[in-house]
Design a protein around this ligand. Structure first.
Ligand SMILES: NC(=O)C1=CN([C@@H]2O[C@H](COP(=O)(O)OP(=O)(O)OC[C@H]3O[C@@H](n4cnc5c(N)ncnc54)[C@H](OP(=O)(O)O)[C@@H]3O)[C@@H](O)[C@H]2O)C=CC1
Ligand SMILES: C[C@H](O)[C@@H]1OC(=O)[C@H](O)[C@@H]1O
Length: 254
């Protein structure tokens, strides 16, 4: 059964990792998909090619999510190409690992702007388009297990993920009257570009893996199903929810 037949899905940070897996998952479920990305032209083009190979329409729009104008530009270009927006997956994010006491101001500022401000502008732009269309919609934000727990080298990052989680809760209230559902996924540790360097440390990798009841770190594709589900009518009565997708890591205290 295809869950997103005929829908238009927008994904920020769709060139690689979780965003790319979400974009391909949406196309496999019958959606036309527009992706935003920051700089990886070749990877964005190859994602569009993969969407088109699935028989769907694809579009890549370059833009820094930290800038409010990137959000309106992304939504406008998607509407120009596909006529409407049914789903926004707000996913783009960065995590430049760094110690707390000497954290550069620029690193804090950039991480907040990309991860939190970026999500805010994208969600707002998509919601305005959905309200104009008058037929509801679905917004799925990629938050993190890090919205709930800390990280020594992520003091600038975990607050942004808690912020994204909170944004989805407040947006669910603000947008419910328009039939727009807002939910977040909370991935655990997923093997992508964002943590390639950090997880090159085999000791850390082994420690992270040992905490996971399902016995392995996640792959980007592990997020595709949960994101497609929350975006689809199968989740018609789900809003303001947060779905952990972490192999059980969060609950594994002892
Ligand atoms: N991997 C993990 O363990 C976890 C990841 N997450 C979250 O998942 C999301 C995706 O991360 P992940 O797939 O792992 O990372 P990747 O580094 O693989 O992908 C990041 C994506 O975001 C895009 N991006 C980065 N900065 C910007 C920007 N300023 N404007 C627009 N696009 C941007 C990148 O585009 P480009 O390629 O062009 O730079 C790329 O498409 C993030 O929000 C992250 O916080 C949450 C929990 C765990
Ligand atoms: C990038 C990290 O490996 C990853 O990001 C998160 O949000 C997870 O908590 C992991 O720490």
């Amino acid at each position: 059964m295809k869950l997103l037949e005929g829908k238009t899905v927008l994904v920020t940070g769709g060139s690689t990792g979780i965003g790319r897996a979400a974009a391909i998952g949406a196309a496999q479920h019958g959606a036309n998909v527009a992706i935003n990305y920051a700089s990886s032209d070749d990877k964005a083009a190859s994602c569009v090619a993969e969407i088109e190979a699935l028989g769907q329409r694809g579009l890549a729009v370059k833009g820094d999510v930290a800038l409010p104008e990137s959000a309106t530009d992304f939504v406008n270009k998607a509407v120009e190409a596909f006529g409407r927006v049914d789903v926004m997956v707000s996913n783009a994010g960065i995590c430049p690992f760094h110690a707390f006491l000497d954290m550069p101001v620029e690193t804090v500022d950039r991480t907040f702007r990309v991860n939190l401000h970026g999500a805010y502008y994208m969600v707002q732009a998509a919601a305005n388009q959905m309200v104009r269309q008058g037929q509801g919609g679905a917004i799925v934000a990629v938050s993190s297990i890090s919205a709930l727990v800390g990280g020594e080298f992520q003091t600038h990052y975990t607050p942004t993920k808690a912020g994204v989680h909170s944004l989805m809760q407040s947006a669910a209230i603000a947008l419910g009257k328009y039939g727009i559902r807002c939910n977040s996924v909370l991935p655990g540790t997923i093997l992508t570009e964002i943590n390639k360097e950090d997880l090159a440390d085999q000791d850390k990798r082994d420690r992270m893996t040992a905490r996971i009841p399902l016995g392995r770190l996640g792959e980007s594709e592990d997020l595709a199903g949960p994101i497609v589900f929350l975006a689809s009518d199968m989740a018609a009565y789900v809003t303001g929810a947060a779905l952990l997708v972490d192999g059980g890591a969060f609950v594994n205290l002892q």
